[in-house]
Design a protein around this ligand. Structure first.
Ligand code: FES
Length: 149
């Protein structure tokens, strides 16, 4: 079966099982490797991408759910948002091993798209589903506050 969707502004197609998780379609078929495989069970957030403007777990969302819709990865964030997050992540030296960070940034982008100036509690709540084994949470929270400035 063919599933067509829009990826970062471009039309793309996937030929195969429509139950294939979006994560594998992105990584293995479309060579977009910013979303990472962490738990594969919707629990860690490393695979976070946006589907129709909402952060989703691409490891546990079948590509059929993206048919005719817009998928955005870190590479396709609106320029202003992408730059704000990138520079605040650099300023606060956020990543340690870095593996979870694209997922963290995609959740942060989802939050900031919906709430211009989230307070610390809103940031904590919005980011609570993204796990970081290195414990970079405090820096992530500061970076989000800065990106919201
Ligand atoms: Fe998708 Fe962990 S890899 S939530």
């Amino acid at each position: 079966m063919t599933v067509s969707f829009n990826l970062n502004g471009n039309p793309v197609q996937f030929e195969g099982d429509p139950q294939t998780p979006i994560l594998w379609v992105l990584r293995d078929h479309l060579d977009v490797t910013s979303p990472k495989y962490g738990c594969g069970a919707g629990l860690c957030g490393a695979c976070t991408v946006h589907l129709e403007g909402n952060a989703i777990r691409s490891c546990s969302t079948p590509v059929s759910a993206a048919a005719g819709k817009k998928v955005v990865t870190l590479e396709g964030l609106p320029q202003k948002m992408g730059q704000a997050l990138q520079s605040s992540w650099i300023e606060f030296d956020v990543p340690q091993c870095g593996y979870c960070q694209t997922g963290q940034m995609m959740s942060a982008a989802d939050l900031l798209a919906k709430k211009k100036r989230p307070n610390p509690e809103e940031i904590k709540n919005a980011m609570s589903g993204n796990i970081c084994r290195c414990g970079t949470y405090a820096r992530i929270e500061k970076a989000i506050e800065r990106a919201a400035d």
